[in-house]
Write a protein that binds this ligand. Structure first.
Ligand SMILES: Cc1ncc(COP(=O)(O)O)c(C=O)c1O
Length: 368
């Protein structure tokens, strides 16, 4: 019997999400599990966002506004830009796919760093376009290499700033210099999912206005990380309306629920909550550096981060360390053969990670 044959997806990498706390608890018979694998806000959503959602629950029987007008107006006020310069999607996951679908024509390619967010690869592969990878330079994005990779087939350039999973960043000067060499027919996407955590003085502060000088630039932001609204699925793009319209054409109708819209508007206004979380990340980041420096004799090293996560290199295979940590109730994300990416959590969570990591590595090193 011949069943309907789908398109060939063998080249599309599978997105492997981290296991849930519940699954890890059940699998290892643990009472408490700490999830440091998806860079979510460990403090949860802003209480003001939750309250706003509760007030709107009774209107959930209505379809949402297809273009999220109310949220775009909130974003317009927040960024001091016109509302038609924003496009909202069900998280950046949806946006990244839609950008590929809207822009990659047959034979065109997307240039991206070799170690970055896997979704850029998926987005290109879904369009039958082999990604053009550029090797990293000291764990950071090599802009000279990216520039050299650009050719007549290039249609999109993906840049995560800060980069996931390495946590490195590109400065305002580096980015502007790079952009000045890119022809306007190429779409440059600056994915700033983690921008709220960047504390480097030269981290770009005005990238949401780059379109004024470089109309081929789109900036992406999300409510999943700093704003603690990952389950609501809300992301947005900032750019000129001419670039956003084709993306809306391929985006799902009604993909952003009105409850998500309400939560996002309220979260944008809760600056105190955001600042509190930001300070927590900055303080705990220093503790990570301190503790990991202490573990350096074990062969553990790290890359300084501008995100709410840290990339750690290990003397042992990451899968084994990941398993060892998971057995101890700490979920992290393996990243490469000898690396893990760890979300910066609340102090107790971080303490559990430090203790777990040291124990796992010591144990592995003492057993032949
Ligand atoms: C760099 C980067 N971009 C985009 C996303 C997707 O975010 P969202 O939750 O908005 O889909 C992530 C999530 O991990 C990310 O790390």
């Amino acid at each position: 019997m011949e069943l309907p044959k789908p398109r060939d997806f063998s080249q599309v990498p599978a997105y492997i999400p981290g296991k849930s706390e519940e699954r890890v608890k059940a699998e290892y018979g643990l009472e408490t599990v700490i999830k440091l694998s998806s860079n979510e806000n460990p403090m949860g959503p802003s209480p003001k966002a939750l309250l706003a959602v509760q007030h709107h629950l009774s209107s959930a029987f209505r379809y949402p506004d297809h273009t999220s007008t109310a949220l775009r107006e909130c974003l317009a006020a927040y960024h001091d830009l016109p509302a038609d310069h924003f496009l909202v999607s069900a998280g950046l996951e949806e946006m990244i796919n839609c950008i590929g679908r809207a822009y990659i024509l047959e034979g065109q390619r997307a240039v991206m760093p070799e170690v970055s967010f896997i979704k850029y690869v998926i987005s290109a592969r879904l369009m039958d376009s082999p990604p053009q990878f550029v090797p990293m330079k000291d764990f950071g994005i090599d802009l000279d290499g990216m520039l050299q990779a650009v050719d007549d087939r290039t249609k999109i350039i993906w840049i995560a700033n800060p980069n996931n999973p390495t946590g490195t960043y590109l400065s305002e000067t580096q980015l502007k210099e790079f952009l000045s060499h890119i022809p306007p027919r190429i779409l440059v996407v600056l994915d700033e999912a983690y921008c709220e955590f960047a504390d480097a003085p030269d981290y770009p502060q005005n990238s949401h206005r780059y379109f004024e000088e470089y109309p081929n630039v789109l900036v992406l932001r999300t409510f999943s990380k700093a704003f603690g609204l990952a389950t609501f699925r809300i992301g947005y793009a900032i750019g000129i309306p001419e670039l956003l319209e084709p993306i809306l054409k391929v985006r799902e109708i009604f993909s952003v629920s009105s409850l998500s819209e309400t939560a996002a508007c309220a979260a944008l206004q809760d600056t105190e909550f955001l600042e509190h979380y930001r300070q927590l990340v900055l303080t705990e980041k220093k503790r990570y550096y301190h503790e990991l420096d202490r573990m350096a004799p074990l062969g553990i090293s790290y890359v300084e981060t501008q995100g709410n996560f840290i990339y750690i290199t290990l003397p042992e295979e990451s899968q084994k360390v990941f398993q060892g940590l998971q057995q101890r109730g700490v979920i992290v994300r393996p990243a490469g053969k000898y690396g893990i990416r760890v979300t910066i959590g609340i102090p107790e969570e971080n303490d559990a990670f430090f203790a777990g990591l040291e124990e796992v590595i010591r144990e592995m090193r003492s057993t032949p």
